[in-house]
Design a protein around this ligand. Sequence first.
Ligand SMILES: *Cc1c(COP(=O)(O)O)cnc(C)c1O
Length: 502
Amino acid sequence: MKYNSTRSNSTVVSASQAISQGISAEGGLFVPQELPKYSLNEIQNLAKLDYKGRAKKILADFLSDFTESEISESVDAAYADEKFGGSNPAPITCLKNDRNNAYILELWHGPTSAFKDMALQILPHLLTKSMHKVHDGKEAVILVATSGDTGKAALEGFKDVDGTRIMVFYPVNGVSPMQKRQMTTQKGENVNVFAIEGNFDDAQTGVKWIFTNDEIKAKLADNNMLFSSANSINWGRLLPQIVYYFSAYCELLNAGKISAGDKVNITVPTGNFGNILAAFYAMNMGLPVKRFICASNANNVLTDFLATGTYNRNREFYTTMSPSMDILISSNLERLLYHLTGGDDATISSWMKSLSETGIYTVDDSVKEKLGELFYGGYCDDKGTQETIKMVYDREHYLCDTHTAVAVNVYDQYVEKTGDRDTPTIIASTASPYKFAKNVLGAITPEAVTEDEFATVMKLSEISGTDVPKPLAELKDAEVRFSTTCAADEMKDVVLVALNIR
Ligand SMILES: *Cc1c(COP(=O)(O)O)cnc(C)c1O
């Protein structure tokens, strides 16, 4: 299988090139030229496998320049039972009251308690194998812009992986105390972590600029290094996420909750549009999907886009209690639009040019119509988020984190507005409530919240009767290793200094 760039169909690369390079030279994102298609029969066969088996089958269909044993090794190492608390890294919980058709797909049982682990535990394996095939002997320099969860998950995935270095930039005031602590205490010899004065978009823009800067790239090449990306613009991030949507469907089949061929809705708390895009790929591969419900927080640029066909990032940026969704430029939307325009690279280039120059673009009517058929967009603010956490806890005794709560809230809005109560719905749950303990406890028992993060975590555990994930509990006594803050326009220098190639 070959890959094109969303901005250039004449760019044709292999899977390992797409993964090792991260982003195409002209700034486009790599997309598969065609998708494998699974019949209902094949989906039923997937249902007979465990998660690792499902992952191996799906990955093999996309990574045609990998051997079977390379894929097998990668999957087995990434989703080892001890890393994800059991043989199914993505279990489903049913919400019973009032929503007898809503299923929470818990994607946060990995080492950093966020769904990013689902992709970032396997990406280092795919990337080092890709580097070996394409750029033998070169060191991969991974630059990451993070709104909180990607940074830690990437650090944890890449720490001490031979032939890689990783540098993470996070917005100084844009991540939760637990997220910050997770990153600043990161262990490993090949890791670096920096706070930047700015928001996530500033960090992402800075990283993209460094990636595509010829002078810096030449400097790296002279030193036998090569940039790569662990952000969700990397195909190696998206691909593993397709697996859990198929797996969730299989789990519902196996549990007798649905029959083969039944359509499901998929609700995703959305930021950079990677997670929901993986669901869109799954549908195009044969997964029976009725509607994608795209949930945003107060940074509701996607809600407006889905309603109007105009993407407008010129708006106030809000720092919310669901920080991993505090994004105004949803990079992966570019891939969706590429597919919805039938691969029209010229049109995508012009829209993206307009986005970078004016902050706005408007899609044509045919794309707008397709978006409307497939997607429902909605949002809720912090107040709605906390009300939902409380409601779900009171009714179901289920604790959801702030991001998942946004998804549940918007799903309820969807049901209210469309009357679609009956379609079984998978709601992606993207983080452990303990990553956002203050806001979660604040929603259910505000008087119990204290300034001390770990006291709050313990209180949440005591009140809810659920366990604190071990890696989070251990942070309490971990040593802080990284405390540098830099300006957004210093990122380039910081990178060169850290690599010692200034
Ligand atoms: C990254 C993240 C999201 C957003 O996912 P995208 O793929 O960027 O849309 C939502 N919730 C949590 C907890 C995250 O870490």
